[in-house]
Ligand binder design. Structure first.
Ligand code: PMP
Length: 344
């Protein structure tokens, strides 16, 4: 019989699937790494597992301890499912702008959720940051993973995501494209692929090129942190989980282009994924197009792997909702009309 003892043992080992429709006209092979197939539904399961195991090994997290983290989404789910297995309590802090659905998901996994007001400055005692710091200080046996500064985030990708891509492409990957949030994915995966391909002959693809995708306005692509709607990526500060020397190139993508590609992935590729996935694929395809225009031979040999961090179910009322899309001008008035609309 083949089975796992617990769902948390099934983190990682996600498959690659070739994109065949959105890549029309491109000669490069573009492969998507489908991270929503992780048990918690996102790439963040990987860092959750590694951060917890490392904290246990260092003694920062002891039996019966409590994990305290300001998170509203994917990292919380990953931490909650690993914590459940190991008997830790989880207390997550999220601002009140986070949807009820997202808080309910965390509670469903058994986590406690503390909600803080969004409309206060970061140094206010009721802010998201102040409350999580205070809880981490006051709760006996508390440990705060701090995904933005925890070196085990990028390390998890160096040990799992990178080697999986190398193995599944038989060492033929030439480019990797990933969105940048905390920077953990691109730093760890990119560093591994750089290291493993450092001496690969040019004829076999040379050193892997690491491409970061960033929302237009975020600091990674030179923005001032101005707001954008794609979730989970981009920052208004430089987290230490990100090593800016790893990406060879950063491509900025607008919300409109990210969301348009996200919808195409669902409709044309059967991949119901989140907005940061559309952003990363858009960047990958732009890169492939540029390469094809400048060096057709290299493009024909290119094997471009793009990481899709999470699934689309959490975005049904936004990216996949025509009225929401129209309210931001991302969809023309007559786009997305259904037979029902026409008959009405
Ligand atoms: N997309 C989504 C939906 C995410 O939640 C994250 C994590 N913040 C990312 C992309 C980016 O990953 P990383 O933090 O490793 O840069």
């Amino acid at each position: 019989m083949k089975y796992a003892e617990h769902i948390s043992e099934l983190v990682g080992g996600t498959p690659l699937v070739r994109l065949s429709s959105v890549t029309e006209g491109l000669t490069a092979t573009v492969l998507a790494k489908v991270e929503y197939l992780n048990p918690g539904g996102s790439v963040k399961d990987r860092i959750a597992l590694k951060m917890i195991e490392a904290a246990e090994a260092s003694g920062e997290l002891r039996p019966g301890g409590t994990i305290v983290e300001p998170t509203s989404g994917n990292t919380g789910v990953g931490l909650a499912l690993v914590a459940q297995r190991k008997g830790y309590r989880c207390v997550f802090v999220c601002p009140d702008k986070v949807s009820q659905d997202k808080r309910d998901v965390l509670r469903a996994y058994g986590a406690e959720v503390v909600v803080t007001p969004t409309a206060v400055p970061p140094d206010h005692p009721d802010s998201y940051y102040s409350v999580s710091d205070r809880l981490a200080r006051e709760i006996e046996g508390a440990w705060k993973p701090n995904q933005y500064a925890n070196a085990n985030g990028p390390a998890s990708h160096y040990e799992s995501t990178g080697p999986e891509i190398w193995a599944d492409t038989d060492g033929r990957v030439t480019h990797v494209v990933a969105g940048v949030g905390t920077g953990g994915t691109i730093t760890g995966t990119g560093r591994f692929l750089h290291d493993v391909s450092a001496d690969r002959p040019e004829a076999d693809g040379g050193r892997v090129v690491v491409v970061g995708a960033d929302p237009l306005g975020s600091v990674y692509s030179g923005g001032d942190g101005r707001p954008y709607l794609v979730e989970g990526v981009g920052e208004d500060f430089w987290p230490s989980a990100y090593d800016p020397s790893v990406p060879d190139r950063i491509i900025a993508v607008s919300d409109a282009d990210s969301f348009a590609m996200t919808r195409r992935l669902a409709r044309e590729e059967g991949l119901l994924v989140g907005g940061s996935c559309g952003m990363a694929v858009e960047a990958a395809l732009r890169f492939a197009r540029e390469l094809q225009d400048s060096d057709p031979d290299a493009a024909a040999r290119a094997v471009i792997v793009v990481i899709l961090p999470d699934g689309g179910r959490g975005y049904l009322s936004k990216i996949f909702n025509d009225s929401w899309m129209r309210s931001y001008g991302f969809l023309g008035a007559d786009e997305g009309a259904t037979v029902g609309d026409v008959l009405r």
